[in-house]
Design a protein around this ligand. Structure first.
Ligand SMILES: *Cc1c(COP(=O)(O)O)cnc(C)c1O
Length: 356
């Protein structure tokens, strides 16, 4: 292994790059990992300088609190490489800030922003050959923090690890999904941790999602936990409905994650002259709009898939089909946002950050 020091970040390079063995033409999502990762430890009351090390297993004490009390948070972002080799991030400060919003809620010490941002830029320089360039592909970036400190006592750990790992990923294409509106289980509740990207939120979704899959749906639409009358999110994505020509999304709350894709779509739609509304959407309204033909589109929005169109939804024992349109907001908005992300279009919003 060769060790060099760039600014304050120590870099230890692997002797065994996997890049030659990686089939960049057939990348699944988040299945292949790049050669290096950033690791940063919190102990003795502070975060210590991040390092870049070869990607590989880590050792934890069996009493590490992540295993017992689930103190763990994460982020999801992407790096894009354009035709001339420029590398870009999309609104990275939003992810850095949100990681620390999640950290605070889970009683995890906040990660210094420069450790995250300078660390990520250094990691991307080391991993630049791992950033795919095919249409729709990107380097998916997974920053996460978890409790390494040991003890069976139910209290915050005294040690944590912050890691950034990367997965070169092809276009995330799931096709149109058929979703089930969920009335029994909740993803989140008032006063809970739904607004945080906390690991346990997703573990709690797996079982109800599996039940929906057993009934022939691919995804669950979460409703509010008290009345189950209002739709809130589509799986781990924010949800949008188009009724006539108005694009509607639920307001963020304790229960709904403040997605970067969601707010970018709202801004792009406004700039395109599309009427937008941020307000509660009731299941009843969706059903009525579906019956009278004014419900034109439903789609999820999030970093991984960008926009994931919904073909129909089930509610109780009834199924509702969405129309097949020639021109959709989903397609139009997806292209506009990806063109900004990948440096194919002007970025009037100042969202794109060139990192090298
Ligand atoms: C991550 C996430 C989103 C989407 O957020 P982006 O910042 O757009 O990736 C939406 N809902 C949930 C529950 C999420 O975990």
């Amino acid at each position: 292994m060769k060790t060099t020091t760039k600014s304050d970040i120590k870099i230890t390079k692997t002797n065994h790059s996997k890049i030659q063995d990686t089939d960049f033409d057939n990348l699944a999502f988040g299945q292949v990992f790049s050669d290096h990762m950033l690791v940063c430890d919190y102990k003795d009351g502070k975060w210590h300088a991040p390092e870049i090390v070869p990607y590989g297993p880590i050792t934890l004490d069996p009493a590490a609190k992540i295993f017992h009390y689930g103190q763990s948070i994460f982020e999801g972002m992407k790096a894009y490489k354009d035709a001339s080799g420029g590398v870009f991030l999309f609104r990275p400060m939003e992810n850095i800030r949100r990681l620390n919003i999640s950290a605070k809620r889970l009683a995890i010490p906040e990660v210094p922003e420069d450790y995250f941002f300078e660390g990520l830029k250094t990691l991307l320089k080391v991993e630049k050959d791992w950033i795919p360039t095919a249409e729709g592909s990107s380097l998916y970036i997974r920053p996460y923090v978890f409790a390494t400190g040991a003890g069976f006592h139910a209290s915050p750990a005294n040690a944590y690890k912050f890691i950034i790992a990367c997965a070169p990923s092809g276009a995330y294409f799931s096709g149109k999904v058929n979703v089930l509106i969920e009335e029994k289980y909740s993803r989140s509740a008032n006063g809970g941790v739904g607004f945080a990207k906390a690991g346990g939120n997703y573990a709690g979704q797996f079982y109800p999602t599996q039940l929906a899959k057993d009934k022939g749906y691919q995804q669950v639409i979460w409703t509010d936990d008290t009345s189950h009358e209002y739709i809130e999110e589509a799986g781990a994505m924010n949800i949008f409905a188009r009724i006539n020509d108005t694009l509607i999304t639920a307001p963020i709350s304790d229960r709904i994650l403040d997605g970067v894709t969601r707010k970018s779509i709202l801004d792009i739609a406004k700039a395109e002259g599309i009427k937008t509304e941020v307000r509660k959407i009731s299941v009843n309204e969706l059903i009525e709009a579906s019956k009278d033909g004014s419900l034109k589109e439903l789609f999820g929005a999030g970093t991984a898939a960008v926009i994931s169109p919904i073909s129909g939804f089930g509610f109780r024992d009834e199924d509702f089909e969405l129309p097949i349109l020639e021109h959709t907001y989903a397609e139009k908005l997806k292209k506009l946002i990806i063109d900004i992300q990948t440096n194919k279009a002007e970025d009037p919003f100042g969202w794109r950050v060139e990192v090298m």
